[in-house]
Design a protein around this ligand. Structure first.
Ligand SMILES: Nc1ncnc2c1ncn2[C@@H]1O[C@H](COP(=O)(O)OP(=O)(O)OP(=O)(O)O)[C@@H](O)[C@H]1O
Length: 284
């Protein structure tokens, strides 16, 4: 277990409602985790608590079993292991050029210049940023800024990578590229947790899903198990991925179709076929 939240409450100063309430959640090591939930359900707050930017009013957050400490040195150490990519890259990017921005965290660690330069060059190559390396950050597109933000965090080689709505504002092609890159990062040993509202993306990519509603954990499990809980998901107005809806409609149509064989009329869509179709939507 990498990161554990135990009975966490967090209320923003002056706010009448807690943003996170009695939240107990464990991020399993080595997984592709997704936090799913509506706007305002507490996803960003959870991430800000996870890397110590906020301190809970109640409960304990543990990193590899040890409770978080909030002194400067402990937070610096924590943030080396827990990298957070903000939803809005403007909150992440601090320097004037891409190269400088990627070197910022490494310089803060006090690494020798030669090592900083080597790591920055590797990150630039790895994240396909060569053409942008010397460009001013404020000249980049939003998608490019998001790529730089990810490089900023990954250059520190975190054990846990948190991404707050990483696909927001990305087109289909760039979403696919990003998810493939995240797959590689996880395969190389980094645990990933990302937040999204996108049910289809969660189904295709995650191997563990947490569903949040009004600051509380309502469901967790494999995508198959979570999306089998249609009733609970409908109750919180989240619903299920499109492929589940389509398959249910096909099954419904088949069972009503007088032309179908007796077998399919009785069973709608055969379970093995339904499962094969669902599986084919998941990342390999
Ligand atoms: N700085 C703040 N001050 C007061 N309340 C806040 C602040 N930031 C967030 N909140 C409130 O806390 C709750 C949880 O917000 P949070 O940003 O964590 O949700 P979210 O799930 O990340 O939402 P979104 O999907 O829209 O990004 C919301 O009710 C929000 O209005």
């Amino acid at each position: 277990m990498l990161l554990a939240f135990e009975h966490i409450d967090y209320t923003y100063p002056g706010s009448p409602q807690p943003a996170v309430q009695n939240l107990t959640l464990r991020l399993p090591a080595g997984k592709r985790c997704v936090l799913l939930g509506h706007n305002g359900c507490g996803k960003t707050t959870l991430f800000l608590l996870a890397n110590g930017l906020y301190k809970p009013q109640r409960g304990v957050i543990r990193w590899q079993g040890a409770p978080l400490q909030y002194d400067r040195a402990s937070l610096m150490a924590l943030r080396q292991h827990v990298g957070l990519v903000f939803q809005d890259p403007e909150q992440q990017l601090v320097a004037s050029s891409v190269e400088e921005d990627i070197s910022y965290g490494l310089c803060n660690l006090g690494l020798p210049d030669a090592e900083v330069n080597r790591k920055v060059s590797e990150a630039i190559a790895h994240f396909n940023l060569s053409e942008l390396a010397s460009r001013p950050v404020h000249h980049l597109s939003l998608g490019q800024k998001k790529r730089v933000s990810l490089a900023d965090v990954m250059v520190l080689q975190p054990k846990l990578l948190l991404l707050d709505e990483p696909t927001a504002y990305l087109d289909r092609l760039h979403t696919r590229d990003l998810m493939a890159k995240l797959h590689q990062i996880q395969a190389a040993g980094t645990t990933i947790a990302l937040s999204t509202h996108d049910l289809d993306l969660a189904y295709c990519w995650a191997d563990w899903i947490f569903v949040l509603n009004e600051g509380q954990l309502v469901l967790e499990g494999t995508p198959q198990d979570v999306f089998a809980q249609r009733e609970t998901l409908e109750q919180i107005h989240l619903g299920v991925p499109l492929v589940f809806d389509v398959l249910d409609k096909v099954a419904d149509a088949l069972s009503k179709d007088s032309q179908t064989t007796e077998e399919s009329a009785r069973h709608g869509l055969p379970e093995t076929l339904r499962q094969r179709i669902l599986d084919s939507f998941r990342a390999g």
